[in-house]
Design a protein around this ligand. Structure first.
Ligand code: TUI
Length: 308
């Protein structure tokens, strides 16, 4: 399917991999790009040398376009934003904030800019600031989320801006992609489905949690800290959610317990104190496949439905 997104990014399919902190490293990103999608390396909270190395390793594995996600709450965001320019990365997605102050420098360097937006207001601001596209991300997504759902947010953003819109949140197969296109999206961003890919480097315990998850097995924690995150409903996540709701855990204690929790989940598979970020669609994912198969099946499934 050719859309303004495949044209913008120079990829075969309008399927963009989510910029999952700690998860989206060069093996996953290059595999998605080699499959004809748009792979992404996550800057997350990483040190700048780590990101530079990951970009270089990715270039060795694929000559197809790939991008970098800048998590704007990172203390290193300024330096990570500059590395994207120095390394001539094709496109950047941003999350957890307003990337306004970087957009001009990225555009001047020829880097395509695609901010994640949780609202119509931010989508319009990003368009005015020169963004090439936006990702309208619903609350079904894993990780840091906004309030509105994909079904409600995507058509409202599509109506509000002229630039192309990528839908995200709760999309993991051809049906989700076709539905997104019916809402006016011209691409999809997919995270959780790629957690259960062969090339994804997360701890096997994490993959198993995704495979075993049912429809009711994700929970949002951290609303009261201002950084709500959707996770697999482990005992740890349930404890956090309970402490938050019944007032037995102060926001300070919550922050203390969750510092380093992404790393503990992804690297150590630590079920006792790791935060296993994942989307509400995890219940639908029951097998581990190569990225190439995932990308092809989602695209072909959507194409078939959209031609009906
Ligand atoms: O960024 C994400 N998902 C993430 S980031 C992350 S790492 C993290 N760790 C601890 C605390 C918080 C994050 C894990 N998952 N998705 C994109 C996204 N962006 N979702 C929501 C937003 C967002 C929220 C507010 C984007 C802009 C925004 O605007 C605020 C403003 O300044 O207008």
């Amino acid at each position: 399917m050719k859309t303004r997104i495949t044209e913008l990014l120079g990829c075969k399919y309008p399927i963009i991999q989510g910029g999952m902190a700690w998860v989206a490293e060069h093996t996953l990103a290059s595999s998605v790009s080699e499959a004809g999608g748009a792979g992404i390396i996550a800057g997350g909270n990483a040190p700048i040398d780590y990101l530079r190395e990951q970009i270089r390793l990715c270039k060795e594995k694929t000559s197809n376009p790939f991008g970098v996600n800048i998590m704007l709450m990172s203390p290193n965001a300024d330096d990570l934003a500059q590395i994207v320019i120095d390394e001539k990365v094709q496109f950047v997605t941003t999350g957890a904030g307003n990337p306004g102050k970087y957009i001009e420098a990225w555009k001047n360097a020829g880097v395509k800019v695609i901010p994640v937006v949780p609202s119509v207001a931010l989508a319009k601001r990003m368009e005015r600031a020169g963004a090439d596209a936006v990702i309208a991300e619903g609350t079904e997504s894993g990780g840091h989320i906004g309030e509105n759902t994909t079904m409600c947010l995507v058509p409202q953003v599509v109506d509000a801006v002229e630039i192309p819109v990528i839908a995200a949140g709760g999309i993991a197969d051809g049906r989700g992609m076709a539905a997104s296109f019916m809402l006016g999206a011209e691409g999809v961003q997919i995270g959780t489905r790629f957690l259960a890919s062969e090339e994804c480097q997360i701890h096997p315990v994490f993959k198993d949690l995704v495979l075993k998850a049912k429809d009711t097995d994700s929970v949002v924690t951290g609303r009261y800290t201002g950084h709500p995150c959707r996770n697999v409903k482990t005992k740890f996540a349930k404890q956090l959610a309970k402490g938050e709701t019944d007032g037995t855990l102060s926001p300070e204690e919550f922050e203390k317990l969750t510092v380093g929790a992404l790393r503990r989940a992804v690297v150590d598979g630590d079920i006792e104190s790791g935060s296993f970020l994942c989307g509400a669609i995890a219940g639908m994912i029951n097998d581990i496949k190569p990225c190439a198969e995932i990308v092809r099946e989602i695209n072909d499934g959507a194409e078939k439905l959209l031609k009906l």
